[in-house]
Each structure stands twice: as structure tokens, then as C-alpha cells.
Design a protein around this ligand. Structure first.
Ligand code: BGC
Length: 268
């Protein structure tokens, strides 16, 4: 693949101050994209990501925004249009967990997770799609008028006890992604999903930070290793590029086989 496959394209990655979002932002920048590093709280971490990109000769700035707030999302896009003129790639990545047994789950835990993981993706996708439609395809930049990548999870298909808010948000992302893909394809907008499995980031630290936890996690991963943020970053870069121009409306799982029902490997 052309290593500068996203040369000159403007990309916004929500929640890119850490974890998977950071991994995606760094890979998009390596492929030549200009980045908005969005963060909710951790300004210093976002600045670090910006520095890593600019030190390597790329372009990036950090912007604070809680993606569940409409006015903040709109202000973030306005600033991006001021600085970069437009948007070519949106990576809807911000997400969090507020885990609880179902019967103990508070409305606040439910609303926070749905608000950030699902409504946040709706709000950002809407602003991006409006701009893609206004601008259309720009020859020499990309075959598509725009690309939206929705960060989902293996839990868009694997039910997850103790995490009903999170699993529901991911199932919702999958159907939103497919519906947007169907609705926006005639305008040359591609909408795709990525379904990461267990990627070594702060969100699932308790699943890998002791040897016992990691061993138990690996029983769920046929490929027998935990994923890394750049596994997802490389996939996102390819999906955003014209190499993937005929792909829309699907989730690609990047999970070392977690969705392959590993419990059935020698049973059932
Ligand atoms: C969750 C992680 C979990 C992984 C696999 C992800 O979507 O955020 O906490 O380790 O799915 O279960």
C-alpha cells in the first residue's frame, strides 16, 4: 500500500489522547493526514500526541470536546473547517465503560455510556456528513466525498453480562453505521465499522495487568496475543484510503479470533 495514502487529507479522531484513538491518530498521520486530536479531559496527554505527530513532520492540534454535547461538537467542527478548510476522514472513536450488574445499574451509568459511545457518534457523523455533501468529491484527494469510521467492538455481536450499557451502545453503533452507509452511499460517502477485540489500553487494564488476568483473557483469543493500538490504527488507515474504496456498511473485526466462539474449539 502507498505509505502516504492519506496525503493532505484532514482527519478528526475523537478520543485520540489515549488508547485505540491515539493509535489510530498516529497511523493516520504517518499516512500523511492532518489530524485533530480530540480529548475530553486530559489536555497534557492530547498535547503529547500532537507533539509526537509534529516532531515526525506531521500536522496536528488538540481540541477539547465532550462528544455527547451538540454545541461542543459543532464548535469542534467549525474550528476544524477554519484551520483545515474541510474534513475528509472522521474516526468516531470516543468511548467508555461504566460497568455494573444490570439490576444495580443506575440511569446515570446507562445514559453516560449511551451518550458518549452512541449519541456522540451520531452528532459527529452528522456534522461530517453535512460537510462531505456540501463539498463533494475532490479529485486528486480521494475517490470518496468522505469516510466515516465507527469504532465498535466485538461486543456489537457478543453479549456481555455486567456491561449492558456498553454492549447496547456497540450494537447501536453497528446499526447506525449500516443505516448511514446505505443512506449516504449515493453521495459517495463511505461508512464502515471496526470491531476491536481485547486491545491493550487503559479501558481494560484489569484484564491484562496481572499474569493471571492475561492468561484468562487469552483463553478467549485463539490467536493467543492481546491486540495493540497500532493493529487498529493500520486497519483504520487502510479503510480510510482509496484502497478500500468499494467497502462500505460493514464492520471488520480485528480481534485475533475472539468472535470465533473459541469455547467451541474442542467442545460442543
Ligand atoms: C472492551 C474491553 C474488552 C474487549 C473484549 C472492548 O470493547 O472495551 O474492555 O476487553 O472489548 O472483551
Amino acid at each position: 500500500m502507498d505509505t502516504r495514502s492519506l496525503q493532505g487529507q484532514a482527519a478528526l479522531v475523537t478520543g485520540s489522547d489515549s488508547g485505540i484513538g491515539k493509535g489510530v491518530a498516529l497511523e493516520l498521520a504517518k499516512a500523511g493526514a492532518k489530524l485533530v486530536i480530540n480529548y475530553a479531559h486530559n489536555h497534557d496527554a492530547a498535547d503529547e500526541v500532537v507533539k509526537e505527530i509534529t516532531d515526525a513532520g506531521g500536522e496536528a492540534y488538540a481540541w477539547q470536546c465532550d462528544v455527547s454535547h451538540e454545541e461542543q461538537v459543532q464548535a469542534m467542527f467549525q474550528e476544524m473547517f477554519k484551520r483545515y478548510g474541510t474534513i475528509d476522514i472522521l474516526v468516531n472513536n470516543s468511548g467508555l465503560q461504566k460497568d455494573s450488574k444490570f439490576v444495580d445499574m443506575t440511569l446515570d451509568q446507562w445514559n453516560t455510556v449511551i451518550g458518549i459511545n452512541l449519541t456522540g457518534q451520531f452528532l459527529c457523523a452528522r456534522e461530517a456528513a453535512r460537510e462531505f455533501i456540501r463539498r463533494g468529491v475532490v479529485e486528486g484527494v480521494s475517490k470518496a466525498a468522505g469516510k466515516i469510521i465507527c469504532m465498535s467492538s466485538v461486543h456489537e455481536v457478543i453479549p456481555w453480562g455486567g456491561h449492558v450499557n456498553y454492549a447496547t451502545s456497540k450494537g447501536g453503533i453497528m446499526m447506525m453505521m449500516k443505516t448511514l452507509a446505505q443512506e449516504l452511499a449515493p453521495q459517495k460517502i463511505r461508512v464502515v465499522g471496526i470491531g476491536p477485540g481485547a486491545i491493550q489500553t487503559p479501558i481494560n487494564k484489569n484484564a491484562w495487568d496481572t499474569p493471571e488476568a492475561l492468561n484468562s483473557l487469552l483463553t478467549l483469543i485463539p490467536y493467543n496475543r492481546i491486540g495493540q493500538p497500532d493493529d487498529i490504527g493500520k486497519l483504520a488507515t487502510w479503510l480510510a484510503s482509496d484502497e478500500a474504496d468499494y467497502i462500505t456498511g460493514v464492520t471488520i473485526f480485528c480481534d485475533g479470533g475472539m468472535t470465533l466462539y473459541p469455547g467451541f474449539a474442542d467442545n460442543g
